[in-house]
Design a protein around this ligand. Sequence first.
Ligand code: GDP
Length: 301
Amino acid sequence: DKFKSGLEKTRESVVGKMNELVYRYRKVDEEFFEELEEILISADVGVHTVMNLIDELKDEVRLRNIKDTSDIQPVISEKLAELLEKEDDDPSLQFSDNGLTVILVVGVNGVGKTTTIGKLSNHLKKQGKSVLLAAGDTFRAGAIDQLEVWGERVGVDVIKQQEGSDPAAVVFDAVQAAKSRAVDVLICDTAGRLQNKVNLMNELAKVKRVIEREVPGAPHEVLLVLDATTGQNALSQAKTFGQSTDVSGIVLTKLDGTAKGGIVIAIRNELDIPVKFVGLGEQVDDLQPFDANQFVYGLFK
Ligand code: GDP
């Protein structure tokens, strides 16, 4: 149901256009596929991915001897679900099996990083885990306060220093606090100023080294937060972060705010990183573990 309401805008746009197409063509032919291609591209599925998808659809239509456009939608759903579900994908979060789990959260300012950390804390608490937050974005004015507001809202403590202090030092402190309080999960916020890419990537690398040194096997997750409303831009951000950090999972936010929810498919298909969560609203419960079938269902039903 969450997927259903969160994907409303995408559904209205994509499915509305597809229905219109099916009605107008009735018979499957080359022009039908061309228009279908345009619809999928306009939903940000990504040119490369759409080309593959259309090729596979054509094969399937031939194989199953489909003639009427009205019979094609289940095939589209099937193919989309296949694209989203890679065999070795594990959309669940990885945890330490013998102590502290550390999750590093990265992403460009404004994508919804702080909100995601708040929602994720709530999600983990509901699973019975204790959570601590590290205010590792010491650069952006207000970032520390904003994280504290979320901390209060969901009932988790925030380890912080002053604005402008060394993020690696904040994270070091937070790891020590997490160990001495025996919390289950430490979530580390980081800066997201992409204007100075080299410095930012160096800073993230340093934070990561501290985590690796202080907690064997950590970080257990490096989650990259991307904003679905930025469409193909989100893909290029993923590539930038992917070059300097080993991203283990993607959180795609603001899917509720866009008609271009197809970006999930592009991200999944063009990057080799699983989408672990999607953001479907601004409230604390609006974070959903990603599920390919539910996603496709939410898109078409
Ligand atoms: P940060 O700069 O990356 O930490 O971004 P914030 O967490 O401050 O989020 C930026 C804005 O996006 C805020 O107004 C959030 O409420 C909003 N936001 C975050 N996630 C979602 C989401 O999944 N859906 C919607 N509609 N808004 C979101």
